[in-house]
Design a protein around this ligand. Structure first.
Ligand code: NDP
Ligand code: 13P
Length: 346
C-alpha cells in the first residue's frame, strides 16, 4: 500500500483516485473547491464531475495542498493543461522531497508549444522531481468509475518509474495498464486526438454520416502521426492505445466533452456559447491552437487541424470548413506514410 495524492478533483482525478483506492492505496484527493471536497469526505460522491458514482470510503479529500502531499512521494496530476503551471507553482512551495509526478492530462501549451511533461520539468526544481510519468489511453472517467474494462499506457524517460506506476494502477478486474517508452508519441497522441474529436462532433452536428466520421479518424491519425514523427515520436505509437485507441473512443463516444462541444458547434452554436454550456474542460480548443502553431513552425501539413482552427478562431462556418477540406488538390493516400518510413530508414 502506498500513499498517493491526486491533484484535481474533476472527472478524471476522481475516477483515478477511485481506481487507486480500489487497489488498496491510501489515496488523498486535493481540490481547490471547498464544497466538492466536503462532499467527497461526507458522502463519498462527486456529483458535479462523476454523477451517480459511490466513491470508496478509504479516499480522503483535502483543500490544503500541504496536508494532501504530506509524506507522499507519488503525485497524480489531473488538472486541465491550462491550470498546470499554476498548480505546479503551488506544489513546489509545499513539496519537501523528490516526487514522482504522474500526469494524466491531454494537451499542448499554445505559444510555448510544450508537452505537459516538458512543462513539469520546467516548473519543478530538479531536487523536488524524481520522475515524470504520463498515463494516457482510451479511458472515459464515467466508464472507469463503473469498473468497466479499460486499457491505458504509461510512459516515462525512466521506464522503471513507468513500471512502478503500472503496478500502482493495474487492476486485474477492469484497469489494464501497458508500458511504452515513447513519451513523445504517448503525449502527442493523447493531446491531438481531442482536435479530431471536436471535428468528429462537428460533422455529427452537421448530420453528416459514418463515412465522414471514418474519414476524420483515418486522416486525423495521418496528420497526428505526421506531426508526431517530426517531433521525434515513434510512428508505431500512433497505432496503439494512445493513438488510434484514444482517437476511436473520443470520436465515437457521447462521454467525450470534445465530441460534445464539436457537436454543438456543428449545430450552429458559437464557441463562447459552447464552452459556457460544457461546465468541464474541452482541451481540444487550446490544443488546436498549439497544433496549428506547431504545424506552421515545422511546416507539416495538417488540413483538419487548420480547418478546425478557422472554425474556432476565424469565424469560418463549420460547413464551409468541411467543403474546403473536400475541395483540396487531389493526393496519394500513402504519401505521408512513405515519407515517414523513408525518413526513418535513411
Ligand atoms: N474525463 C475523462 O474521462 C478524462 C480526462 N482526461 C484529461 O484529464 C485532464 C483533466 O480533465 P477532467 O478531470 O476530465 O476535467 P474536469 O473539467 O472534469 O475537471 C477539472 C478539475 O480541475 C480543477 N481545476 C481547474 N483549474 C484548477 C486550478 N487552477 N487549481 C486546482 N484545480 C483546478 C477543476 O476545478 P473547478 O471545479 O474549479 O473547475 C476541476 O475539479 C484533462 O487534460 C483531460 O483531457 C484524460 C482521460 C480521461
Ligand atoms: O481523453 C478522454 C478519453 O480517453 C476524454 O476525452 P474528453 O476530454 O473529450 O471527454
Amino acid at each position: 500500500m502506498e500513499k498517493i495524492a491526486v491533484l484535481g478533483a474533476g472527472s478524471w482525478g476522481t475516477a483515478l483516485a477511485f481506481v487507486l483506492a480500489d487497489n488498496g492505496h491510501d489515496v488523498r484527493i486535493w481540490g481547490h473547491r471547498e464544497q466538492i471536497i466536503r462532499e467527497i469526505n461526507e458522502s463519498y460522491t462527486n456529483e458535479k464531475y462523476l454523477p451517480n458514482v459511490q466513491l470508496p470510503q478509504t479516499l480522503t479529500g483535502f483543500t490544503s495542498l500541504a496536508e494532501a502531499i504530506c509524506e507522499v512521494q507519488t503525485i497524480v496530476l489531473a488538472v486541465p493543461t491550462k491550470a498546470m503551471r499554476e498548480v505546479m507553482a503551488q506544489l513546489k512551495e509545499v513539496a519537501t522531497e523528490p516526487l514522482t509526478i504522474v500526469h494524466v492530462s491531454k494537451g499542448i501549451e499554445p505559444d510555448t508549444l510544450m508537452r505537459i511533461s516538458e512543462m513539469i520539468e520546467q516548473e519543478m526544481p530538479t531536487e523536488l522531481l524524481a520522475d515524470v510519468v504520463v498515463l494516457s489511453g482510451p479511458s472515459h472517467a464515467e466508464e472507469v468509475s463503473r469498473r468497466q474494462p479499460t486499457t491505458v499506457t504509461v510512459s516515462s524517460h525512466n521506464m522503471r518509474a513507468a513500471e512502478k506506476i503500472q503496478d500502482l494502477f493495474i487492476n486485474q478486474q477492469y484497469f489494464r495498464v501497458y508500458t511504452n517508452p515513447d513519451i513523445i508519441g504517448v503525449e502527442i497522441g493523447g493531446a491531438l486526438k481531442n482536435i479530431i474529436a471536436l471535428a468528429a462532433g462537428i460533422t455529427d452536428g452537421l448530420e453528416y454520416g459514418d463515412n465522414a466520421k471514418a474519414a476524420l479518424i483515418t486522416r486525423g491519425l495521418a496528420e497526428i502521426a505526421r506531426l508526431g514523427s517530426v517531433l521525434g515520436a515513434n510512428p508505431l505509437t500512433f497505432l496503439g492505445l494512445t493513438g488510434i485507441g484514444d482517437l476511436v473512443v473520443t470520436c465515437t463516444s457521447v462521454h467525450s466533452r470534445n465530441w460534445r462541444a464539436g457537436n454543438l458547434l456543428g449545430k450552429g452554436y458559437n464557441l463562447d456559447e459552447v464552452l459556457a454550456n460544457m461546465g468541464m474542460v474541452v482541451e481540444g480548443v487550446r490544443t488546436t491552437k498549439a497544433a496549428y502553431q506547431l504545424a506552421q513552425k515545422y511546416n507539416v501539413k495538417m488540413p483538419i487541424t487548420a480547418a478546425l482552427y478557422d472554425v474556432l478562431f476565424n469565424n469560418v462556418k463549420a460547413k464551409d470548413a468541411v467543403d474546403s477540406l473536400m475541395a483540396r488538390t487531389k493526393t496519394h493516400e500513402m504519401e505521408d506514410l512513405a515519407n515517414i518510413l523513408g525518413e526513418r530508414m535513411s
